[in-house]
Design a protein around this ligand. Structure first.
Ligand code: OGA
Ligand code: MN
Length: 297
């Protein structure tokens, strides 16, 4: 296996071992898993990407998440995000799919608003626009490492409130259905996430975070805005320009990502399979503890 860095802070293109190897060969899987823990974003080029291969690859890491209420294909493990209708034609400019794409353009980490968050995500782009439509990443582990000791001491034990409504309201307060509101109440998550495999800690931030427990509302929001801003400066970003056959695997514990806009007259279709923290070997107990309190409450 050869790793080619994507950015000086994080990320690597994997050569020599592919998705199939990870599925079929335990030694290959262990090497990829170690690279994932270390580099946070892994890229494979020129893969033969099908739904089956993508999902089976993701399942090697842990239990898969089911897509939530209100997603296309609710209850499956394929999160299909595109600007196409069932007829394969571009949706109308008022279609909800375009709001969903816009919300994905806020810096976030996947499913932090669920009781059981997502450890990792596997994304493939199936239809790629001629321009734009990149997916950008930053390392929240690097962001944590850039903080001074006093800031770390202040933040390490804080708990943040994540809610799907917090990010959706930034796009359109009417975007969420009643069913979604009912299914997705706010959840508590530690503001930092430790990877117990290697002892690296990361800030656990997202557009879904609206408050910090025990802090005045405005102070909490100002702190969150500052942390988000510092974490996402342009020099800290890896911007992925999609090519056919690309597959990205990222660590939601240690990164944030966002989609970039593209011309509305062009199709874009991406498919994500997401690995849940609920049954993942190597999740920080602080995160599990909060999820357990929520699910047994
Ligand atoms: C995702 C995501 C953004 C994009 O797949 O989880 O946020 O549009 N994607 O690339
Ligand atoms: Mn996402």
């Amino acid at each position: 296996m050869e790793l080619v860095p994507l950015h000086s802070d994080f990320g690597a293109e994997v050569k020599g071992l592919d998705l199939f190897d990870a599925i079929c060969d335990a030694t290959a899987y262990s090497k990829i898993r170690a690279a994932f823990d270390e580099h946070s974003v892994l890229l494979w080029r020129k893969q033969n990407v099908t739904d089956d291969i993508q999902a089976t690859f993701a399942r090697a890491f842990g239990a898969l998440e089911r897509t939530k209420v209100g997603s296309s294909g609710h209850g499956s493990f394929y999160s299909r995000m595109n600007n196409l209708g069932p007829d394969g034609q571009l949706v109308s400019p008022s279609d909800r799919a375009l709001l969903i794409a816009k919300a994905n353009q806020l810096w976030h980490t996947d499913s932090s608003f669920k009781a059981w968050p997502a450890v990792a995500s596997v994304l493939s782009a199936r239809i790629i626009p001629s321009d734009g439509g990149q997916t950008e990443f930053v390392s929240t582990r690097a962001a944590w490492n850039r903080l001074d000791q006093a800031s770390r001491d202040q933040l390490i034990d804080k708990v943040a409130i994540h809610s799907y409504a917090t990010s959706r309201n930034q796009i359109d307060p009417a975007m969420m259905s009643e069913q979604e509101h009912a299914a997705l109440p706010p959840v508590r998550k530690p503001l930092t996430w430790l990877n117990p495999v290697n002892g690296h800690r990361a800030l656990y931030l997202a557009a879904h975070v609206g408050a910090i427990e025990g802090m005045d509302k405005h102070d909490g929001q100002a702190l969150l805005a500052r942390l988000m801003d510092e974490a996402t400066q342009s020099e800290y970003r890896y911007s992925h320009t999609w090519e056919e056959g690309d597959v990205l695997l990222w660590d939601n514990r240690a990164t944030m990502h966002r989609g970039r806009p593209w011309k509305g007259s062009e199709a874009r279709s991406i498919v994500r399979v997401t690995i849940s923290a609920s049954d993942y070997d190597g999740v920080d107990q602080a995160v599990l503890g909060l999820a357990e309190q929520l699910t047994t409450a």
